[in-house]
Design a protein around this ligand. Sequence first.
Ligand code: SD4
Length: 318
Amino acid sequence: MWGIIATWRMAKEGIDKSVPILEKGGTAADAVEEAIKYVEDFPFYKSVGYGGLPNEEMEVELDAAFMDGASLSIGAVAAIKDFANPISIARSLSKYTVNNMLVGAGAEKYARKQGFERKNMLTDRAKIHYRNRVKETQEMDISPYSGHDTVGMVSVDSSGHLVAGTSTSGLFMKKAGRVGDSPIIGSGLYADSSIGAASATGLGEDLMKGVVSYEVVRLMGTGMSPQEACEKVTFDLDKKLIERRGIAGDISIVAINTDGDWGAAANIDTFSFSVATATQKNTVYTTKRVGNKMVHEEASQEWLEDYLTERMKPLEEK
Ligand code: SD4
């Protein structure tokens, strides 16, 4: 039984690319890398790869990670600039026993030596977003942190091998050098082929407080379904953050287990996710919390198209 699930509707076209890999008995590692590369290369997604929104110094700094659930191998890059596919760099780092997580200049040096494609990741469109945001922030004193679209993806292949991957430009207008949850093993992602895998998106600073991806996998290991584990971790952390800090940042999690059962939960109403398995065609759902359960609803064709139109519409300088 194979399956693949990822955060947000934007992963749909990437998953379309990896379904044939999984159908033909290919590996979850290849499926996750291919799908995430597709998202990284698509210029209109604002929080991943090319076209990702810059930090407060108008530089695009990217975070990505890869975890192989069979060997528990990990690889990650953080605050890396000017490389096309951080997920591939992260995956290549997972082949070593040490030096698995590289940041900034060291990550760039490694990527250059290994011959990964260099690319200026700052698009003209992202520059307009940046200039507009600078004006808005000056005029309205609003929080500069918004724009969610990090890709977090987990997959099980027909050999029962589980893999997790993430890629993001992090938070728009973040400080130079700021690193979120996405490249942090256990927070942004975790995979264990004897249990399952999970990945998160949202406010990295809060996701890290709950080490959410590891916690979801751990709970699945006690017998919970992916859906139950995602709900428990999301709702418990939301509650704890509100109790202790008065406010909880955005938390959204997806998970899959060795049987290809999947789950998703969020403490926001705008979360969507994309999922395909051996018995289910690639489907996008929106999801909302109702009481202590998430209710997933299949997104209509119209909703899917509106999402893309909105992201691709011409952008004017304010
Ligand atoms: C971060 N978790 O860097 C990421 C941001 C994110 O959709 O998920 N955006 O904190």
